[in-house]
Design a protein around this ligand. Structure first.
Ligand code: UDP
Length: 245
């Protein structure tokens, strides 16, 4: 039986997928591992082949996070460090673009700031058109402004592209009451309201992005991308990881 690729309103399902930088490298390493990128690419392409519209927002933490870089480098302005972080997301986007096209799915890399030689500048209506034509769009450069993270960019894009859900691919299984690596008593939440994530200060996404999604009732699903098939299940509306709504 073929899977239903429509949302509740009978339209083609559209998702924004936030992929953290840590998914672009090997566990406990930095930089880019094409092995990891290929794993992402094959999962994203498999879902696009079913007719789901996918916009990917790449993180850059595998290369550089502005706040952390500034903290150990006094000779740089904090804004500059954040722009460096935004550029890191473009590097990840280029790698992911080639990996997805290698497995046969068309893509467009779009950047929040102009980088004409390697990416189209993000224009919402053009992004929608690409999605309607079945192209996977790779949204680099975060919001284009310093002092926020790509989680905020993902929430922003999910809202303006009228996505059905914001999916966040991470290296953990979902939301826990505490860091499960440090606290074996940490409780796993299969679902949790936005308000509780904010109240309990659960650091799964930045607060601004959760608050934005709460305000506009955009559901968020947090899941472990390394478990095979999870991405597909999450996109097809199955419960994997944690649903924040
Ligand atoms: N960044 C920014 N504005 C944005 C998005 C990202 O200044 O709209 C910078 C910020 O310094 C951030 C870095 O880019 O730390 C990399 O993004 P992020 O930390 O979100 O990557 P992830 O943790 O998802 O790998």
């Amino acid at each position: 039986m073929s899977q239903d690729t429509t949302n509740g309103a009978g339209q083609t399902r559209r998702v924004v997928l936030k992929i953290s930088g840590e998914c672009f490298c090997l566990p406990n390493e930095r930089g880019i591992s094409m092995e990891s990128v290929s794993l992402l690419a094959s999962q994203v392409a498999a879902v696009a082949r079913k007719g789901i519209q996918i916009a990917v927002v790449m993180g850059g933490g595998n290369i550089l996070r502005g706040g952390q870089f500034k903290a150990v480098n006094t000779g740089i302005q904090e804004s500059t460090a954040h722009y460096m972080g935004m550029l890191a997301t473009v590097i990840n986007g280029l790698a992911l673009q080639d990996a997805i096209e290698l497995v046969g799915q068309p893509t467009r890399l779009m950047s929040a700031f102009s980088m004409d030689v390697v990416a189209e500048t993000y224009i919402r209506r053009r992004a929608v058109r690409h999605l309607e034509k079945g192209r996977i769009i790779l949204l680099a450069g975060g919001t284009g402004s310093p002092f926020v993270t790509t989680d905020t960019a993902a929430a922003q894009r999910a809202l303006e592209l009228s996505a059905d859900v914001l999916l966040k691919a991470t290296k953990v299984d979902g939301v826990y009451s505490d860091d499960p690596e440090r606290n074996p008593q940490a409780v796993f939440y299969p679902e949790i309201p936005y308000e509780d994530v904010l109240k309990q200060n659960l650091r799964i996404m930045d607060k601004e992005s959760i608050a934005k999604c709460a305000e506009h009732k955009m559901p968020i699903m947090i899941f472990n991308f390394r478990s095979k098939g999870n991405l597909e299940r999450a996109i097809m509306g199955e419960r994997v990881g944690t649903l924040i709504s």
